[in-house]
Design a protein around this ligand. Structure first.
Ligand SMILES: [Zn+2]
Ligand SMILES: [Zn+2]
Length: 260
């Protein structure tokens, strides 16, 4: 059994590490590689962040990472490592079912707590820091004030203490969560625009949708899915036509400037 200090050190390393790894990789690939054709074709906004924006996002996110690490380190004191109960294919199914359950619970909690954070009575002191990023970058993923950050993880406290979620599922969940979060703030839409009208894929929450949340503020409150936004009528209309590179075949077939 690890000491409280050992647990805090382990969880701070996990939370800060997963942030630096995912946000850093997204930044390096999408923005660090000069004249990157992938980014050029898929940028959501035409303006970019200032160096001050990036600095603020990184510092606030690192503080959130440390806060999460201390909180979950202390919460884990006295708790055993929980193994998967099944083995073989059963273990894979058990793993997937737990992971899906965590994502559904978190998606629901996030939507409603996010809507609460946008109430005019609390927005200024609770959530305004996150919205100082009008053109968010991958580093904005954890850029929250202290109270906002605590609100973000309140849902997990009873689950960590009283529900025997396998430890490996928590680790996987924390990386899936930060990965999707970074994707939502990366300023680039990696998926084709037609997916947003697809009968199945439209239920996902695309980077374009969360980016629009940062621009317009009143709508698109979802995290992993757009389900609650759709059910509650809080989807922001997407600007049309949606920026999308032409398919190679269409580009070849298109007439040139002389009409030939
Ligand atoms: Zn918000
Ligand atoms: Zn955001």
């Amino acid at each position: 059994m690890k000491s409280p200090l050992g647990l805090v050190a382990m969880f701070v390393t996990l939370h800060v590490g997963r942030y630096l790894l995912t946000a850093g990789a997204a930044w390096a690939f999408l923005w660090g590689w000069k004249a990157n054709p992938f980014t050029a074709a898929r940028r959501i906004q035409t303006t970019g962040p200032s160096p001050g924006d990036v600095r603020r996002e990184v510092l606030a996110s690192l503080r959130t990472g440390v806060l999460f690490g201390v909180l979950f380190g202390l919460l884990s004191v006295g708790l055993p490592v929980v193994p998967l109960r099944a083995s073989g294919v059963g273990a894979a199914l058990e793993f997937g079912a737990w992971l899906l359950a965590l994502l559904v619970v978190h998606d629901t909690y996030f939507y409603w707590s996010h809507r609460l954070a946008h109430h005019p009575a609390v927005f200024g002191w609770l959530h305004a820091l996150h919205h100082r990023s009008r053109t968010p970058t991958p580093f904005a993923a954890l850029a929250f004030g202290v109270a906002d950050a605590l609100l973000q993880v309140l849902w997990a406290v009873p689950l960590v203490r009283w529900v025997p979620v396998p430890s490996a599922v928590w680790v996987a969940f924390s990386f899936v969560a930060i990965g999707i979060n970074v994707l939502g703030h990366c300023g680039v839409e990696p998926f084709p625009a037609r997916w947003r009208r697809h009968p199945v894929f439209k239920w996902l929450n695309f980077a374009t949708m969360h980016d629009l949340h940062h621009q317009q503020v009143h709508g698109n409150f979802g995290l992993y899915s757009s389900a609650w936004d759709r059910w509650m009528g809080t989807v922001l209309p997407l600007p049309e036509p949606v920026r999308e590179p032409p398919a190679p075949a269409a580009a070849r077939a298109a007439p040139g400037p002389s009409g030939t």
